[in-house]
Design a protein around this ligand. Structure first.
Ligand code: FES
Length: 105
């Protein structure tokens, strides 16, 4: 397996339809559970200091707690104003009930 994959959390740390943050190699990453799948993005909003892990996850969209910008957590796409920049996403693998992400994107 490529060396860029990092074990970031137990699968059980991300409850159904929830978002949690982890800190990996100096980066804050948000992990989301959406209908049985795990997704990973930067935790910091592209608009300001809002943290996705403090936001509201509804379906596959996370609402930033500061100005209510919404991102698609699967693609990172900025869905509405005031957002103008997409959120960085990271590939995810599940191995032995652990969440691995690839930060080398
Ligand atoms: S800081 Fe996230 S929408 Fe403004």
């Amino acid at each position: 397996m490529a060396e860029n994959w990092t074990d970031v959390a137990a699968l059980s740390c991300v409850p159904d339809m929830c978002v949690v943050s982890v800190s990996i190699a100096g980066k804050e990453i948000a992990l989301y559970e959406v209908n049985g799948d795990i997704f990973a993005t930067d935790n910091l909003c592209t608009h300001g200091a809002g943290r996705m892990s403090d936001g509201f996850l509804e379906g596959d969209e996370i609402e930033c707690p500061l100005h209510q910008g919404r991102f698609n957590v699967c693609t990172g796409k900025a869905m509405c104003a005031p957002l103008t920049t997409h959120l960085q996403t990271y590939p995810v693998q599940i191995r032995d009930q652990r969440i691995w992400i690839n930060l080398a994107r």
